[in-house]
Design a protein around this ligand. Structure first.
Ligand code: ZN
Length: 144
């Protein structure tokens, strides 16, 4: 004679196993900053300057699920703006240079620095979204 106790829970063997693997944000950030796939660290995020590849060429991770939108330019402008203001103030207070010196030095910096910083910042933001399972990276679709 067997006794069946109904507790409302599924038997242990039929329960879905938690297969969600951890995604360390610092590792993903570092890989994204270097332009590498946040999942494997081997494939490239970008196919062109800022064009994100649809899938990683090494691990086939779907990278098209990102929603970086305006965040990379915003972060880049904040960083470059603060940096240029600090340099400008230092140049003005320490050396008292002719006005054209600011144009010859700061304008090229204002053009070059954002162009250099934008790809790593965008890669890092996409990788942070991936690490936090945002916008479809978690498998549940875009939760906006
Ligand atoms: Zn990969």
């Amino acid at each position: 004679m067997s006794v069946i106790i109904k507790t409302g829970q599924q038997p242990v063997s039929d329960r879905p196993i938690d297969t969600v693997s951890p995604r360390p944000w610092w590792r993903a950030f570092r890989r994204g900053w270097m332009g590498k796939c946040p999942n494997c660290g081997q494939g490239r995020i970008f196919g062109a300057y800022l064009k994100v590849n649809g899938n990683c060429s090494v691990c086939n991770e779907d990278l098209s699920l990102h929603r970086a939108d305006d965040a990379p330019p915003y972060v880049t402008i904040v960083i470059v703006g603060h940096l240029l203001v600090a340099i400008l103030l230092h140049m003005e207070m320490a050396w008292r240079l002719p006005p054209m010196t600011y144009i010859y030095t700061l304008v090229p910096l204002a053009v070059i620095l954002p162009l250099l910083l934008l790809p790593p910042i965008k890669g890092a933001i996409i990788s942070l979204q991936w690490a936090n399972r945002m916008h479809g990276f978690g498998g549940d679709g875009d939760d906006v």
